[in-house]
Write a protein that binds this ligand. Structure first.
Ligand SMILES: [Zn+2]
Length: 188
C-alpha cells in the first residue's frame, strides 16, 4: 500500500543511497562554473511526513561547494528525497497527490488532511502547483517526452506515479523509480 510506505524507513534508506550516488556523480563532474574540484557542504533539513524514527543522516540535503577562492559557488545535486524548498518529503507529496487523483476513488482533501496530519491549505497548494505551474514548466516539457503518451498531463503527478507503479511488482519499487525519474529524467 502506498500509504504504508511513508512509515517505511527502508524506503528512505534506498532514496538516501540514490541521492548519495547522484551527489557523488555531481562532485566528480567538478564545478560547472570554473572546473575546480567540489567538496561536500550538506545542510540539515527536517522534512515532514516521513517515518518518526528516521536516522538523522537522512535529513541532510547533499550539497556541494566549489573549493576555489573567488568562486566558492554552491552546486545542488538532483535529489529523490527533497522537492526544492518544500517542507514535506517528495515521497509524501507524490503519495498524497496520487491518492487524491486516483481515477476510481480519489480521496478528498479533508480526508487526506486527517490521514496524514497535513494542513488543508498545504494540500490545496500542491494541487494548484501541479495543475497550473508544473504542467506548464520546462521541467515537465522535458520529462513528458520520456514517458508513455498515455500519462495524463491533466492529472499530474498521480498519473505519472500510477504509470511507474504499473511496471513494478512492489509499490516501493514503482515509487522509487518515479522519484528517480523526477530527479534525473531517467525513465528506467
Ligand atoms: Zn568554481
Amino acid at each position: 500500500m502506498l500509504t504504508d510506505l511513508l512509515q517505511d524507513v527502508s524506503l528512505f534508506r534506498i532514496l538516501h543511497q540514490i541521492d548519495r550516488d547522484l551527489a557523488e556523480l555531481c562532485r566528480q563532474a567538478r564545478c560547472p562554473y570554473c572546473q575546480h574540484s567540489l567538496h561536500y557542504a550538506p545542510y540539515l533539513r527536517k522534512p515532514r511526513g516521513g517515518p518518526e524514527k528516521i536516522p538523522e543522516e537522512y535529513l541532510w540535503r547533499f550539497s556541494l561547494c566549489c573549493g576555489r577562492e573567488g568562486c566558492r559557488r554552491r552546486v545542488l545535486p538532483p535529489s529523490c528525497m527533497f522537492m526544492g524548498r518544500r517542507v514535506y518529503w517528495h515521497a509524501v507529496i507524490l503519495i498524497v497527490m496520487t491518492l487524491r487523483q486516483a481515477r476510481a476513488n480519489g480521496i478528498g482533501a479533508n480526508r487526506l488532511m486527517e490521514m496524514f496530519s497535513i494542513p488543508r491549505k498545504t494540500i490545496v497548494r500542491w494541487i494548484s502547483y501541479f495543475r497550473e505551474e508544473f504542467t506548464a514548466s520546462r521541467e515537465w516539457l522535458q520529462l513528458r517526452g520520456l514517458v508513455d503518451a498515455t500519462v495524463d498531463s491533466g492529472n499530474l503527478p498521480g498519473s505519472l506515479v500510477e504509470h511507474f507503479l504499473s511496471y513494478y511488482s512492489s509499490a516501493a519499487g514503482g515509487l522509487v523509480a518515479c522519484l528517480k525519474f523526477f530527479a534525473t529524467g531517467q525513465a528506467r
